[in-house]
Design a protein around this ligand. Sequence first.
Ligand code: SF4
Length: 358
Amino acid sequence: MANCKWQVASCKWQIASGKWQIANGKRIMGTELESRMIGRRLKNEFGRKIYKLSLDIGCTCPTRDGTKGTRGCIFCSQAGSGDFSERYTGKQEELDRAKARLGAKIDTGKAGFIAYFQNYTNTYASAEYLGPLFEAPLADKTVVGISIATRPDCLGPEIIALIRRLCMRTTVFVELGLQTIHDSTAAFIRRGFPLTDYDRAVGDLRAAGARVVTHLIFGLPYPSNHPSADRAGLSLESTEGQMLSLESTEMMLESVRYVARSGVEGVKFQLLHVLRGTDLAELYQNGAFRTLTMDEYVDVVVRALSILPDSVSIHRLTGDPPRRLLIAPDWATDKKRVLNKIRERMVGRDQIVSDAVR
Ligand code: SF4
């Protein structure tokens, strides 16, 4: 009971502090939210601030090379979701250039880094090709681990064996692009693998010692007349030829619940961006669907956070769209405002919790 009172007092202080900081136009120090962010957790783990170095090792995707499709996932940019990365062939100077991209504010002498293989599907090649590229950054003593972005259907036994070997040497994150658990949406966005592949991949990766992170997108449309479309989405807008719904809040939260149960260590939330040059952009410009409002996005993220156990680290609350490619929503470029709104809502949630305790 004493402990509960202490928590109430603590929450009040944080609420007061949060309000003061909003009033003064400063960044809100979130409450429990900060402690769940991967940045804070990595700093605690490694004793210094950890940054990601975005690298492109020249892979492609089965949804691009003709194996499962040629045009990629419907929302994906030409750079394969890695518009800020550095081409990497295993050379130190390439790694140094990736560090320089982070900007002058970072003290590269004190910071630590995770080599992040970001563009396209970074396990869609042979283990002989990938092994040396994954290992090369480890020669740099400031690199404390690697992170591999990939798809669940590109993790065969050889790749899992490679990841197991890497896990014995260093910290290995593997990011799986799931986006949604709903078949109708997955088919529409041309994801190209069933949910069972995700389940198998999470099991294999965890058994290999990898720290698995799942990527989810909020605001995805799907054809409302799809045979497996089982309920109405947030909005319905008709177009010539195609009727699309946005996934409802409940559908998005079902994906979050599924991921929470799957035993992953981290989650990345992403707002759906409509980017120039994608098939999604064409549909959007034809009026086939709308994007989420900032309030809708903030609402679903805050609800999602309340579903996830504390053990699941939050790797991202919203993404940074490449401005030159962004068509919608225009508020997506105002990341600070989105993050502040999420923190504000979290503080409000603390207030509700503290009232309940009282
Ligand atoms: S979202 Fe990922 S899997 Fe899909 S096309 Fe883009 S990089 Fe490839």
